[in-house]
Design a protein around this ligand. Sequence first.
Ligand code: GLP
Length: 259
Amino acid sequence: MKVLIHPTEGAAVDCVADLIAARLARQPDAVLGLATGGTMEAVYRRLIVLHREGGASFARARSFNLDEYVGLPPDHPCSYWHYMRDQLFAHVDMDPARAHLPHGDAPDAEAEAARYEAAIVAAGDIGLQLLGLGANGHIGFNEPTSSLASHTRLKTLTRSTREANARFFARFEDVPRLAITMGIGTILRADEVLLLALGPGKAEAVARMVEGPVSAVCPASALQMHRKATVVLDEAAASQLALRSYYEEVHPEGRDAAI
Ligand code: GLP
């Protein structure tokens, strides 16, 4: 795992946006795995700026989002379809026909999950997978004890995840209990994984992900098994890492020679 610790949130966000832009420059028809959540909003804002400056084109790219709430149609304001249009797709040259998310309102959610997994395989799997991190160590909606070999499927959300995401809904009771999510096995097949975690609320999960045992109890720890995983942090999110000074020595101020 490459651990890049930046002095500020802004620097960490810029680093992630730059790595995505670099991948698109190198491979304009890249298959991107995209993530939602509050952390990603700043990344998408930065990508929109880069796009306007001519530094990132999505015209030939394809994308697959990690997950979607079961029961929410694509036009629901709390759906991840809506989030992606609002935060990114409406502002860049992404062809809507090449941007994929699971359909949360599909009549048969299990069949929809299987269809989605097959579509990812048919696309040749994800090239660059962007990830956030749940405070309980989840990636996508792979909650603790998710199979580390799992494929896209239905997951029941934990109460803590529903509470964390309640800020996007009018009431806690409105947060769906089920989601369709790429599996950990799906994510591990990506060519490259890029995870962003910011702030003190993620520090414990970051330490378990990077330095804890590989365990389904912390789904993000499965990334230790990935051959090309980059973890981008601000100082607060890095604060519980035992080997922090080592990561800072290898990559001073989060600098990555590959950028
Ligand atoms: C949700 C998403 C995850 C995301 C997580 C963290 O549960 N399904 O993909 O990583 O939230 O979100 P935030 O960035 O808002 O902390």
